[in-house]
Design a protein around this ligand. Structure first.
Ligand code: SAM
Length: 267
């Protein structure tokens, strides 16, 4: 309820609290286990084969599959990519290894997350910069791909972010985008996205896939919170992670929000 009130009426306060929250996650995660911070994705329950993963990636299967689902419809070879709000870099590192773009630049407004990424990932072409989604400092026409995963809900002015995406994309470049919104805000969000003037290639409501992923990933999420978060903050963090802990059967929730995925092109 408080969360919704802040999102709707005080977006700048919400953005400031978000930054504190993500700085805190980087401080709490001393063992460097929380390299993804999204709800995840699965399509196993709809008859699709699971993505083959290395032993090291398996623990991050569901959040990693969200990146894979968003990234899989384009050819990445020779591309320069930008990820806005790359968090703790798990997705950037996976895309670099799996899809092999020429370069991949992650940007986030959490200073600690960027410090973590710079010290943790060492791949040629993978870079991390501190920056704000609404004030990107890259020159016009500098990337072939812009990725954005579960972050734009926190931006106080989404239109400014979309303007920057359009500006930094090269001609024919792709905007690969996924996020969630309260049900009553979905229509206006779609209208804002379409007003960007990019060509819509694909859009999909993936709420069921995300909820199923939270359910399948429940135990790992509970263990992460229990290991790193002080007892007094745990309830808030369980909620933040999409789980309730009143009984083992509690169904996952997205707080009445809908999760969508889009592929757009600057054509
Ligand atoms: C839910 S996390 C997702 C991180 C990453 N995309 C992932 O899936 O693991 C949201 C991220 O958005 C970042 N963020 C929120 N507002 C931002 C802004 N205005 N500019 C840049 N990053 C922002 C936060 O610091 C956080 O890392």
């Amino acid at each position: 309820m408080l969360n919704k009130l802040l999102f709707h009426h005080f977006p700048n306060v919400k953005s400031w609290l978000t930054r504190l929250q993500y700085e805190m996650i980087s401080t709490l995660d001393k063992d460097r286990n929380a390299i993804f911070m999204n709800f995840g994705y699965t399509s196993h329950h709809k008859g699709h084969d699971p993505l083959p993963l290395s032993v090291e990636d398996e623990i991050h299967r569901y959040p990693l599959q969200l990146y894979h689902h968003v990234a899989k419809s384009i050819d990445w070879s020779g591309r320069d990519a930008l990820e806005v709000s790359s968090g703790r870099g798990g997705g950037a590192n996976f895309i670099m290894r799996h899809f092999k773009p020429k370069s991949y630049t992650g940007v986030d407004f959490s200073t600690r997350a960027i410090e973590f990424c710079r010290s943790h990932y060492k791949l040629d072409g993978l870079k991390f910069h501190h920056g704000n989604a609404e004030a990107l400092t890259f020159p016009d026409n500098s990337f072939d791909v812009v990725m954005n995963v579960e972050a734009s809900l926190y931006y106080p002015n989404i239109t400014k972010f979309f303007e920057h995406v359009r500006r930094v994309l090269r001609q024919d470049g792709y905007f690969l985008y996924t996020d969630l919104r309260y049900e009553e805000k979905v229509e206006i969000w779609h209208a804002q996205l379409k007003a960007m003037g990019l060509k819509l290639i694909k859009e999909e409501d993936i709420t069921d896939n995300v909820l199923k992923a939270v359910e399948l990933d429940r135990e790992r999420r509970i263990q992460l919170v229990d290991k790193y978060v002080p007892v007094v903050l745990r309830k808030a963090f369980y909620h933040f992670a999409g789980i309730k802990t009143d009984s083992p059967q509690d169904t996952p929730h997205l707080d009445n929000r809908k999760y969508w995925y889009f592929v757009l092109q600057k054509a």
